[in-house]
Design a protein around this ligand. Sequence first.
Ligand code: ATP
Length: 378
Amino acid sequence: MVSSHFKNLLLELGISRERIEILESKGGIVEDEFEGIRYLRFKDSAGSLRRGTVVFDSHNIILGFPHIKRVVHLENGIKRVFKRKPFYVEEKVDGYNVRVAQINGRVFAFTRGGFVCPFTTERIEDFVNMEFFKDYPNLVLCGEMAGPESPYLVEGPPYVKEDIEFFLFDIQEKKTGQSLPVEERLKIAEEYGIPSVEVFGLYDISKINDLRELIERLSKEKREGIVMKSPDMKKIVKYVTPYANINDIKIGSKIFFDLPHGYFMQRIKRLAFYLAEKRIRDEEFEKYASALGRALLQPFVESIWDVVAGEEIAEVFTVRVKHVETAYKMVSHFERLGLKIHIEDIEETPQGYWRITFKRVYPDATREIKELWNGHPF
Ligand code: ATP
């Protein structure tokens, strides 16, 4: 149930009583609580309040992070979106999206879905200079948390060797969700020493060959891709490397039955457009074809063998926290996300952190494989 306090607030924001009731009954808005602080989370969008919006009070409204469109034909995508105008090219860092904001003196980190993430909220001060929020309480830092010790992803970018790091890619205003222009964001990041995604510079369509070379380099370095942004942040598109497409398939095929078929189809599509745009043939084509086949099949077949050997399909991951309670809060958080994750191990580090090992099990995928192996017709 959404309390009358939040309903009145939504009315003040111009959402009609009827719309509020529909949203509530469909579960499109949910009232949540984090350490005694109540907030409203938007699972659906409503007017200008995007999906993932978080509302505390009439000043503290953090809009959902917007969807970024993708191009699969690099040259034609750039021509269509940016015409002949310049755009910034940044690294697309492979991690999880967080919005960081100060609410009544406390800094919180929100997930894409609008939950307060207990882990990121606890760790964010390790990465971001909190002075920023003293000077700009009305701004929201949007960035990617990435590294090998992530609570949401099995892999991080190759250059984050341990733990996890924050990479800023956007600064937005509370309430409007408007982004600062790229140059302003970069200036603030430098001034406060906030770590950012790598910015490769300003490009335009005349530099398409340099951009192709950049994609080749990123792919070789096992990096995810690029995000292209007009300096005023009004036009934004992403493009991912062939490496990332194949690697995502490899990661996904281990848990084949837990992912929608579209997960695989989308990535095969992107790879096909890359091969066609670059007119890749012969030996190089064979290389991609065999890498794709292997990525799709090998982890899948190995998962079948694991289940046949009596194991459960599972992923194990480790994170570092300052307080053990944060680990337990993460378990409740995972439960609310509908994930089956439990703590396997807790160990104190010499640096005063706690290393928590979690295990995520995939009971549906395990059961499905078991049934198919045992000959159940379907
Ligand atoms: P959507 O399609 O709605 O954007 P998604 O989960 O499919 O969401 P991705 O395909 O991974 O997202 O790409 C968008 C995400 O990339 C952003 O939400 C952000 O978290 C991440 N990202 C990493 N680096 C950047 C960057 N430099 N600029 C913008 N976003 C970035």
